[in-house]
Write a protein that binds this ligand. Structure first.
Ligand code: NAG
Length: 522
């Protein structure tokens, strides 16, 4: 056997520096796990060793992956069952408030830090990491891992750049032209919307400062023994919070707006999509190949269940799809009786492979960020039926970008969907537009996956990349907004007026008084 392959292996092992990375993605939800898995997959492929705090375990982990099991975090949904039940959203149209979002996230963070597996990891003196990557979920507490393991910290922001996340590495965005995730408005804003955006920020900021502080303290107290156990000092959390090295953002200008971003924010949306598309199962491949009029793919994502649609809506949808010439693939947990021949239910749907198929002409989606990213990646127009969280703004943005139609989730949705499907199929402008955006999305100097690996390595090689740190973090609010200058100007104006008034009283006006007195006497 020739020694060349061995030589290459040894050479590769010498040249690739392998780092130990801790990846913290404990949120119990499929879409979050997909983003976490993406980070892990890319780092492993680059030759690094990954320890992964995850609620969804890989049954056959590769040798360089160590999983820390937090499946217990699924308990979160036991108390909040209705949170992701479609039927519930037919009854109440209510967005989660930022306060309940905070509550939910704190509960999850607490469970994670309390988890015996996580505690064991933190107490193990043999564990050392070169860098830690954590998912930002409206809560900054995972940065505590960077104190526990004395390693630089990188956030992954899984939503479009949110002001609350950006202020951790730079400053809040300007509410006059950037939309909060809770709102459904897209800039340019009307006067009312602009005020509303400002209110979102003030309320959010106030809640974080005053309401969240109590919870934060509770978790810091919980983590303190772990920090001390490893012989480190407990940091000032206000300092630690603003001390992360980098933020990797699941966003890209092709899907959002061209907002100003700090040097240490890297928009790498699409990194979770594997570059080699897996082949479709044979029967599905045949079905899609033979669909003369194209395929419509319908999925409400991985959390929402189509079976929770009210019966009359379910039946209405089956009837509607039966009227179409197109083949319809519906990701559905069960098989409904009486389905027409052009409708196929899929218990499990290889979404990327379906969207990649040239015959797929339309995607009906709940508008989750991963699904909207995939539509741009594969250049397919969508009909969005948003249900909760950021789905509304994702769909609004897609509509504004010209490649989507929005349908409201209510008892009229079958009729609305009929109109929308007809419009989308007969008007080529939607497909044309999404192809343009897809070009912008793909036309980057390097792939998002390569960029992710590059910046993680950059942080390690430069000991936390302090050169990328925004100077805005060291300037207090009153200085940024020149409130001190305003105070000086106001004081000056006051002094000038007071002086003038004094002079006037003393020298000029008093004479006037005398003369008026004289006049009276006359
Ligand atoms: C901030 O990060 C740097 C670089 O990772 C680290 O050296 C420093 O100790 C950190 N400070 C705090 C308060 O955690």
């Amino acid at each position: 056997m020739s020694p060349l392959p061995w030589l290459l292996v040894i050479l590769a092992a010498c040249c690739v520096e392998s780092y130990k990375v801790l990846v913290v993605f404990p949120f119990p939800g499929k879409s979050h796990a997909i983003l976490g898995d993406g980070v892990v997959r890319l780092l492993l492929k680059a030759g690094h060793e990954v320890t992964y705090i995850t609620p969804i375990l890989n049954k056959k982990p590769p040798p360089n992956l160590h999983q820390i099991d937090v499946t217990d975090n699924y308990q979160m949904f036991v108390n909040n069952k209705d949170m992701i039940n479609i039927a519930q959203f037919f009854k109440v149209k209510q967005q989660m408030t930022i306060k309940s979002l905070f509550d939910f996230m704190f509960q999850m963070h607490k469970m994670t830090f309390n988890n015996p597996n996580v505690q064991r990891l933190c107490k193990d003196p043999k564990q050392h990491f070169d860098v830690i990557i954590g998912e930002w979920m409206f809560n900054d507490l995972y940065s505590l891992f960077s104190t526990i393991f004395q390693a630089p910290f990188i956030w992954v922001s899984t939503v479009d750049p949110h002001w609350m996340a950006l202020q951790l590495i730079d400053q809040s965005t300007n509410p006059a032209y950037t939309a909060d995730i809770q709102s459904n408005s897209i800039p340019p804003f009307t006067f009312y919307e602009r005020v509303q955006q400002l209110v979102y920020q003030i309320v959010g900021y106030g809640l974080k400062k005053f309401y969240a502080a109590k919870y934060e303290q509770e978790i810091i107290e919980l983590v303190k023994p772990l920090i001390q156990y490893r012989g480190h000092e407990v940091p000032d959390f206000e300092e630690l919070r603003y001390n992360s090295s980098l933020m990797l953002g699941n966003s890209h200008v092709s899907m959002g707006s061209a907002m100003a971003l700090p040097q240490n924010y890297k928009p790498i949306a699409g990194y979770h999509i594997e570059t080699d598309i897996k082949p479709l199962p044979e029967d599905l491949q045949k079905l899609m190949d033979n669909a003369k009029h194209g395929v419509i793919y319908f999925s409400m994502g991985s959390n929402l269940k189509s079976r929770d649609f009210p019966d009359e809506v379910k039946m209405g949808l089956v009837r509607l799809f039966g009227e179409l010439k197109q083949t319809v693939l519906w990701k559905f947990e069960e098989v409904l009786p009486g389905a027409p021949s052009n409708l196929k239910f899929l218990q499990w749907a290889p979404q990327a492979s379906i969207l990649a198929h040239p015959n797929c002409i339309l995607f009906i989606t709940h508008g989750g960020l991963l699904s909207t990213t995939e539509t741009v990646h594969f250049g397919k127009p969508i009909i969005g039926i948003p249900v909760f969280a950021d789905q509304f703004i994702n769909v609004e943005r897609a509509v504004k970008n010209g490649f989507a139609t929005k349908v409201d989730l209510d008892f009229n949705m079958v009729e609305d969907l009929r109109v929308a499907i007809t419009e989308m199929i007969n008007n080529p402008s939607f497909t044309k537009r999404v192809k343009e955006l897809s070009f912008i999305y793909h036309h980057r100097p390097v792939s998002p996956g390569a960029e992710l690996v590059h910046w993680v390595e950059h942080v390690v090689k430069t000991q936390g990349a302090p050169h990328l740190r925004s100077p805005a973090l060291d300037v207090p609010f009153y200085q940024k907004t020149y409130l001190d200058l305003a105070a000086v100007l106001l004081a000056t104006i006051y002094v000038v007026f007071a002086t003038l008034k004094f002079i006037c009283k003393r020298f000029l006006c008093s004479r006037g008084k005398i003369s008026s007195k004289n006049k009276k006497n006359n």
